[in-house]
Write a protein that binds this ligand. Structure first.
Ligand SMILES: [Zn+2]
Ligand SMILES: [Zn+2]
Length: 434
């Protein structure tokens, strides 16, 4: 991937990983091993991903007379936590000079940490187009029982062999497209935030993501039929999502309020053992519901009296208590974030409301330009077998409503739930989720 210098947004966009997506991409491994002067490779996989591609990788590595040390996780669901990272480290040998992770989500997250700590080059051999973490420099982990985004490193080489990717389980492919659909909301919110808060925005990056998303949607019908073009579009789209985040230096181009729904459910899963599904499946379902809420907001007209009354009556202490009950330990970081950020400071609301009211037509235009209708999202989800009914995720209506209200507290980013709070319609909007 190229480096774009002197973008008109004022930033230098840097992403230096090599991305190879094609049929037979595994055959690039001998060249890569030579490039990194590999004498001993450390391979991380689980039983499934080892069968999918790890075995082929091992054979290719050994045929090059390069030694290989393996850490293969078992059949149990692999948790991205201290135990799995520790296990990988215990198999690691200091004389290894390249780390190869064979897998998708958790395997990639663990491998990124190992290669980062070991200071060795990292090649990820993707086994499923399932989530947008391939090109990201962080690992989505659970540490001390808390979901965190841990700085690790981006793979030096992202290897997407279409012969491997097309064999991925259907649900993982659906998850990948689901993670892409989230980008409708992400880009929309990035622009709205740019308008309301003055947050940095780059149109070139947004356009890169829009085009990748369009290729995915145009090919959606073929995805579960394992059509190579469709699988390629989703895998490349997910990589581009990561590249866009690296270019921007923030997660804005690829994640918005829909990702925070998913984040809340993941946090509750860690804390209370409630059910969780694949990242992309959760994001896709949340995208549908977020788009529906946007459709309701579009019918609203900013009303200062209403907004002001709502903000005046907002009880921050009571809300923090709700967060603690709803999310457990994870709530503390969110409450701390508010102390630094002050989004609920009542004195700053009038100025923000004025910007919103003065720019309302422009905000509605952004929503119209970026968001498809909720029916279109529902149709796409149906094509790939993802339901829109949140109870299938184990999320009842009450939980879904509190989830939406809590999305504004996850990160210091201006998303739909914050706009609704500023407009004084957050509670009534939450009531519309069903
Ligand atoms: Zn730019
Ligand atoms: Zn994602």
């Amino acid at each position: 991937m190229e480096i774009q210098r002197n973008c008109k947004c004022g930033k230098e966009h840097i992403f230096t990983s090599e991305v190879i997506v094609k049929e037979g991409a595994l055959q690039e491994l001998p060249r890569l091993l030579k490039q990194y002067c590999a004498k001993k490779v450390f391979l991380i996989a689980d039983q499934n991903t080892y069968a999918a591609a790890g075995k082929s990788v091992s054979e290719i590595v050994e045929a090059e007379n390069v030694k290989i040390v393996k850490c293969i996780f078992g059949e149990d669901a692999l948790e991205p936590d201290e135990h799995s990272v520790g296990r990988a480290i215990m198999y690691y040998e200091a004389s290894c000079d390249v780390v190869i992770g064979v897998g998708s989500g958790v395997i990639n997250d663990i491998s990124k940490i190992v290669s980062n700590v070991a200071g060795k080059p990292y090649i990820v051999v993707a086994t499923a187009p399932s989530m947008d973490g391939y090109a990201s420099a962080t690992s989505s982990m659970t540490r001390d029982g808390l979901k965190i985004s841990l700085p690790s490193k981006c793979a030096d080489v992202i290897l997407g062999d279409l012969d491997v990717l097309c064999q991925a389980p259907a649900k993982m492919m659906a998850s990948g497209l689901g993670d892409m659909l989230a980008k409708y909301v992400s880009i929309c919110e990035w622009r709205i935030s740019n308008l309301i808060t003055g947050e940095y925005y780059c149109e070139d990056i947004a356009q890169l993501v829009r085009e990748a998303l369009k290729r995915c949607v145009d090919n959606a019908e073929g995805l579960l039929k394992r059509d190579k073009e469709a699988v390629k579009a989703v895998f490349e789209g997910l990589v581009i999502g990561g590249v866009a985040m690296a270019y921007a230096g923030v997660s804005r181009p690829a994640s918005g309020v829909e990702h925070y729904f998913s984040h809340v459910w993941d946090m509750r899963g860690v804390e209370f053992g409630t059910p969780v599904d694949f990242h992309g499946i959760q994001c896709a379902m949340a995208t549908y519901h977020a788009v529906r809420l946007y459709e309701i907001v579009k019918k609203h007209t900013p009303d200062y009296e209403k907004a002001s009354a709502y903000v005046t009556a907002f009880d921050q202490t009571a809300w923090e208590q709700t967060l603690r009950e709803f999310l457990g330990k994870g709530a503390e970081a969110m409450i701390e974030l508010e102390k630094r950020e002050g989004k609920y400071r009542k004195g700053t609301h009038p100025a923000r409301f004025k910007i919103i009211a003065d720019n309302w037509e422009r905000i509605l235009q952004i929503m119209d330009e970026e968001l498809p209708s909720s029916e279109e999202i529902a149709k796409l989800l149906k094509t790939i077998g993802i339901p829109i009914d949140l109870t299938t995720l184990g999320v009842d209506t009450e939980c879904a409503r509190t989830t939406f209200m809590a999305t504004k507290d996850i990160r210091d980013k201006y998303v739909l739930s914050r706009l609704a709070w500023d407009l004084g319609i957050l509670n009534e909007l939450a009531q519309q989720i069903n």
